[in-house]
Design a protein around this ligand. Structure first.
Ligand code: NAD
Length: 248
């Protein structure tokens, strides 16, 4: 396992799903983890307790990232806890909305871009003073950004924007020694992909994949911990597909 002891990490949307698994994987590798939540404080408390019980260091931080000021408020809390240095920023929080082109409402479109694109952009901006040589940022993209899956065009466009930010941020921040990457999961069994609870949904997911099982959040968390580690020191500007060979 990679050694992240002495490192500080923030994981957004860490109360459940992929964010929770990423927080646990980073903590297991030794990082002090800030567990961000929006509305589910008890679940964030449970993640913090789980990390502490295993001997790790963790605190919760709350902010609604749909609000324009959310990233700014979150960055202030983070800097108050970790002080001057944030080693790992995992921008995981996201929302999805399945809708045809005809049925997509302006409000839903705006919410998707607010949480999935605007929030990570301004979170990086607001935390830049704490990101130092050797720090790294991991965004959360999606299979939907590179392939047509379901009726997800507005959501998919937010993840296409994330992939674009990865390249531009990596180019801009590389000279400061900061790496920027993304993971692009396929279908993962979380609250977001609740269609996998039906047999038809499972069949659809498995039909797209080379590997014939449903992904679990820790399949993604393991790759997040790898990208955050020194083993990945020469990887930047990349979106890593973590999807069991989906839509090959
Ligand atoms: P999830 O719904 O279980 O978790 C989403 C997280 O985002 C939650 O912790 C939630 O609190 C947080 N969040 C949502 N709205 C927020 C807001 N307004 N402010 C702050 N936090 C907010 O889903 P998940 O599958 O764990 O998703 C995590 C990331 O992975 C998302 O970016 C998602 O787009 C991406 N992803 C998921 C899948 C999948 O199949 N589950 C596939 C590809 C990409």
């Amino acid at each position: 396992m990679s050694n992240l002891s002495g490192k500080t990490a923030l994981v957004t949307g860490a109360s459940r799903g992929i964010g929770r698994a990423s927080a646990l994987a980073l903590a297991k590798a030794g990082a002090q983890v800030l567990v961000h939540y929006s509305s589910s404080e008890p679940e964030a408390d449970a993640v913090v307790a789980e990390i502490r019980k295993a001997g790790g260091k963790a605190d919760k931080v709350g902010a609604d990232l749909r609000q324009a000021e959310g990233p700014h408020a979150l960055a202030r809390q983070v800097r108050a806890i970790i002080g001057g240095r944030l080693d790992i920023l995992v921008a995981n929080a996201g929302i999805s909305k399945s809708a045809s082109i005809e049925d997509t409402r302006v409000e839903d479109f705006d919410n998707l871009f607010a949480v999935n694109v605007r929030a990570p952009f301004f979170l990086v901006q607001q935390l830049l003073p704490a990101l130092c040589k050797g720090s790294n940022i991991i965004f959360t993209s999606s299979l939907a950004a590179r392939a047509s899956v379901g009726t997800l065009s507005a959501y998919a466009a937010t993840k296409g924007a994330v992939d674009t930010l990865v390249k531009h941020f990596a180019a801009a921040l590389g000279p400061r020694g900061i790496r920027v990457n993304a993971v692009a999961p396929g279908v993962v069994e979380t609250d977001m992909s609740n269609f996998t609870k039906t047999e038809a949904g499972r069949d659809t997911a498995l039909g797209m994949q080379a590997l014939k099982r449903l992904a679990q959040p820790d399949d993604i968390g393991a790759v997040v911990a790898f990208l955050a580690s020194d083993e990945a020191r020469w990887i930047t500007g990349d979106t890593v597909n973590v999807d069991g060979g989906s839509k090959l």
